[in-house]
Design a protein around this ligand. Structure first.
Ligand code: F6P
Length: 560
């Protein structure tokens, strides 16, 4: 099979017809399924690397599962997966290989496992850059790398947006327990000048290092913020030579090293990556330099090993036991057959508070498409909306709708057996492990969503008949429970890779190129065109549509 050239229309497959038939009149009954099948949990719980994934509360029975696996076979999921790992150009619209999995291959990977791009041994290239990043990070961490005045670096500011920001921020937050003391990372992404202003507030230019992270080194937001930061630095260090100051306080990460040099950053202080790494798949490339400085090379290598462990599971496990494949197929079932439009990700871990935001780019920039990789229109819905907040905060905000609303919202719950910061509440002679109270909420929520509460159960509590309906929980709200011993660097890598491969699985079923992002281009072009009108160019303003003209006019009248 030519994996790049032949999307299979999923709706023409035998499995799709079967799923359509099953879905009409499908009446999920998790209470009955659990009662009738004592082995349900055993059969639908899977271990992938360190992740323990319970899919027993999903809205599937054996018949649905068999049809979903048949669908994976008919659309050629395994062939496309293998083509990705081999480095074929499955990113058709950009004519590129898709090899984020090569970023985490061990240096001594067997020859058969080392994809080549244009005759280059990518594993060797990856490890050459990693070595440079690690050396640099060690110099910053040890204080050997100093600012232009000779002081050691105390704050690293990553300037980037999208994949050049969300991954590093998410992982920096997630691995807070592994950070080096006395060395803080901050992140500037938004072109709203407030972001730079508030992020730089209180920082000392002499002890601040900037990392300009941009795959293309052409992104307006990042270059604007980099220039702002350069001015801030030079204004704050008036007695130093500007070239020396930039050389000591600015490094870059990019695939466009020529543009890095044009900006004035010494190519010696630039770390490269490659066009076969998508921005939203790049946290484990040199884009993670801020993270390497924060947690150190040893921990970063553990993160990469975690990614690789999940890659190996995805690459080699039988589809019926393959967690990313199963979770991706379940999402197709919910989206295309049961009418779900969104998908909640609910980490019971405060440290994962940026994980849903990270997943929004990963999943929606990847699968928010309406044409297939052969240019034809897709034949079914694609790209559900991913969203979420950490538990238990979400419980007191939007869980009401998940429990009792009219929409089906599949939800992934994520929790860890051991907290990063074990705290015990001791008072009145009682000791309460707060993490256990937290986990009780995790278990309670997935149980309530699955099994609900019947009218009879509500009545049995003595509830007045008039309000019984309001207190009934219908149940049969699908969840996946993902647990691991602790949120280590390796486990974080496994989690991210899990969602990368879920995204791949869904994209393959839909026949879409999950690795381009043309949908962000139009807004970028128009912003460039409109900018002069905002600044007062009457002719450009007049050329806009009536609504845009009026909004610009409002701005011009109200600006102080
Ligand atoms: O938003 C579009 C996008 O191209 C993302 O895919 C990417 O992660 C982000 O912009 C930043 O791009 P760059 O790293 O090239 O600055």
């Amino acid at each position: 099979m030519n994996a790049a050239a032949d999307p299979v229309d999923p709706t023409t497959t035998e499995a799709w017809s079967r799923l359509t038939k099953i879905a009409s009149g499908f009446e999920p009954d998790l209470r009955r399924w659990f009662a009738d099948d004592p082995d349900r949990v055993g059969r639908l719980t899977f271990d992938a690397a360190d992740l323990h994934v319970d899919l027993s509360k999903a809205l599937v029975d054996d018949v649905v599962l068999a049809a979903l696996l048949a669908l994976a076979g008919e659309v050629g999921l395994e062939a496309r997966r293998d083509a990705m790992f081999r480095g074929e150009h499955i990113n058709v619209t950009e004519d590129r290989a898709v090899l984020h999995t090569a970023l985490r291959l061990p240096a001594d990977a067997a020859p058969g496992d080392r994809p080549g791009v244009g005759g280059q041994d990518v594993v060797r290239d990856v490890h050459d850059v990693l070595r440079r990043v690690y050396e640099f990070a060690d110099r910053v961490r040890s204080g050997e790398w100093t600012g232009v005045t000779g002081e050691r670096i105390r704050t690293v500011v990553n300037i980037g947006i999208g994949g050049s920001d969300l991954g590093p921020v998410m992982a920096y937050e997630a691995l807070a327990a592994y950070r080096q003391e006395g060395l803080e990372c901050r992140f500037i992404s938004n072109i709203d000048p407030t972001d730079a202003a508030t992020t730089l507030a209180g920082l000392d230019p002499a002890t601040t290092l900037f990392i300009v992270a941009s795959k293309t080194f052409g992104t307006l937001e990042t270059l604007t913020n980099a220039r702002l930061c350069r001015s801030w630095l030079l204004d704050g260090l008036p007695d130093t030579d500007p070239t020396d100051a930039v050389a000591r306080h600015f490094v870059a990460v990019s695939t466009a090293l020529d543009k890095v040099a044009d900006f004035g950053i010494d190519p010696e202080n630039a770390f490269g990556f490659w066009d076969w790494v998508g921005g939203r798949y790049s946290v484990d490339s040199a884009i993670g330099t801020s993270l390497v400085i924060a947690i150190g090379p040893v921990r970063f290598a553990e993160l990469l090993a975690g990614f690789h462990a999940m890659d190996e599971h995805f690459r080699t496990a039988d589809l019926a036991q393959n967690v990313p494949v199963l979770m991706g197929l379940l999402n197709v079932w919910y989206t295309n057959f049961l009418g779900a439009q969104t998908h909640a990700v609910l980490p019971y871990s405060q440290l994962l508070h940026r994980f849903p935001a990270y997943l929004q780019q990963l999943t929606m920039e990847s699968n928010g498409k309406s044409v297939r990789w052969d240019g034809m229109a897709v034949t079914t819905d694609t790209g559900e909306v991913f969203w979420g907040e950490p538990g238990t905060n979400g419980q007191h905000a939007f869980y009401q709708l998940i429990h009792q609303g009219t929409r089906l919202i599949p939800a992934d719950f994520i929790a860890f057996a051991n907290p990063a910061y074990p705290l015990v509440d001791a008072h009145d002679g009682q000791r309460t492990d707060v993490h256990e109270v937290f986990l009780a909420n995790f278990f309670a929520q997935t149980r309530a969503l699955a099994f609900g509460k019947t009218a009879d159960e509500v009545r049995a509590e003595g509830t007045a008949e008039a309000i019984v309906p309001a207190r009934v929980f219908p149940g049969n709200r699908p969840t996946a429970s993902i647990m691991a011993p602790a949120l280590t660097p390796s486990v974080l890598g496994q989690l991210v890779a899990l969602y990368e491969h879920i995204t791949f699985t869904e994209g393959t079923v839909w026949g879409i190129d999950s690795f381009d992002q043309w949908g962000v281009e139009l807004g970028k072009q128009l912003a460039q065109q409109i900018a002069p009108a905002v600044a007062g160019d009457v002719e450009v303003a007049a050329a806009q549509d009536a609504s845009t003209r009026a909004l610009i006019d409002y701005y011009r009248r109200h600006r102080s």
